[in-house]
Write a new protein. Structure first.
Length: 372
């Protein structure tokens, strides 16, 4: 019997809306590391067990692959030849890669000048048709929904419910890795699909039905096969310049250095609100300055290199642990959504400068001694 990991659809086939007619389009996504933080928790002065679910370790470098394997497999099942999405960069990278594998055309709408080069390179390399719009993500999302009614293209943004079904598997993996649900789960919120997907996953893992689950209709396959007894408190963090959940309404000109979550009109508004209220959690906002500090510390103190938007979950968790809002003794998981190699410009701008020296022993030796 082969033990080769074949991706999250095969792993969780009995918990996903697929059957023998679904052509599985996979890049072996999922099964990402749950890394315990060993240095940063102590900076809070409190004792907690803190983990990052490093979903930047997926094949295209972000959690989007979890949703995309489902969305593209279901599109293939329907016989679709083309997919479309609006994106701040990661969805477009994932859509492009999975479309390439499925022999489909991916059309991706991105905000002009607002996605990092790593993400743009991915969409281009995988052969997507890249449509750079003179507008932001929210403008692109609106256009995608309109064009899907007028052209033979399947939307693969998280308004497609199969996306959340794929993304819920991250919660299953966490519960399996810990042997139970965490007490708190902290997560970046942009278009609000991922927090909704996690809540579906955590709910199914303990046999709870949730209003958020649009597909199981009360017939949750986990009901008879619980993995855990409890669900975590869900905490969603937004960038202060793009924080519609904190303002209580859409934000028309979202702005943040965390370009992945530069979103003012989240599509999964109701599902995310339900996840937070059902779990007795909260939304909070983080300034660009704060999230960039954590972005640097995660790389330099923990060895976890993520993109700026991803650091917001750890930044918020550390703040809430320090203040006592998340109580001492808690088990806290944070989703780290995307890899640092996606946005090297921001990483380089925030790091110590490179030291240039002559190519001789004396120079190398004195440089080393200067730094010890
Ligand atoms: N972190 C990263 C790295 C992201 O790319 C995104 C969303 C989020 C967090 C927020 O997740 O939208 O489910 O609340 N990126 C989308 C994109 C919008 O187009 O790549 P969410």
């Amino acid at each position: 019997m082969t033990t080769r990991y074949k991706g999250l659809i095969e792993r969780y086939r009995d918990r996903l809306p697929v059957d023998s007619n679904t052509p599985v389009v996979s890049l072996c996504e999922g099964d990402t590391p749950l890394i315990q933080l060993v240095n940063l928790p102590a900076t809070t002065g409190k004792s907690v067990e803190m983990y990052v679910k490093f979903d930047g370790m997926n094949p295209t470098g972000s959690f989007k692959d979890r949703g995309m394997t489902m969305a593209v497999s279901k599109a293939a099942e329907k016989g679709a030849k083309a997919i479309v999405c609006a994106s701040t960069g990661n969805t477009s990278a994932a859509a492009a890669a999975y479309a390439a594998r499925a022999g489909m055309t991916a059309f991706v709408l991105i905000p002009e000048g607002k996605i990092p080069m790593g993400k743009l390179a991915q969409a281009m390399a995988h052969g997507a048709v890249v449509l750079q719009i003179r507008g932001n993500f929210d403008d692109g999302m609106k256009l995608v929904k309109e064009v899907a009614g007028e052209a033979p293209v399947e939307i693969v943004n998280s308004v497609n419910p199969f996306r959340l079904q794929g993304q819920k598997t991250a919660a299953f993996e966490i519960v399996e890795a810990l042997g139970k649900a965490p007490d708190y789960h902290c997560i970046p919120v942009g278009n609000a699909g991922n927090i909704s997907g996690y809540w579906i996953g955590y709910s199914e893992a303990c046999g709870h039905n949730t209003a958020s689950c649009t597909l199981c209709n009360g017939d949750c396959p986990y009901l008879e096969n619980k993995l855990t007894e409890s669900r975590p408190v869900m905490v969603g963090y937004q960038a202060a310049g793009a924080a519609p959940f904190l303002r209580g309404e859409p934000v028309s000109e979202p702005e943040t250095v965390a370009t992945a979550i530069r979103i003012g009109n989240p599509q999964s508004w109701d599902l995310a609100k339900a996840a937070v209220s059902e779990s007795k959690g909260w939304f909070d906002e983080i300034s660009d300055e704060e999230l960039l500090v954590t972005h640097g510390l995660l790389a330099s103190r923990e060895g976890v290199f993520c993109e700026p938007a991803s650091a917001i979950s750890v930044c918020g968790a550390l703040r809430d642990i320090k203040s006592g809002k998340i109580p001492e003794g808690s088990v806290v998981t944070c989703t780290v959504t995307g890899h640092g190699l996606k946005d090297t410009d921001t990483a380089i701008a925030g790091a110590d400068p490179v030291v240039t020296i002559d190519a001789d022993l004396a120079s190398v030796k004195s440089a080393i001694l200067n730094h010890i």
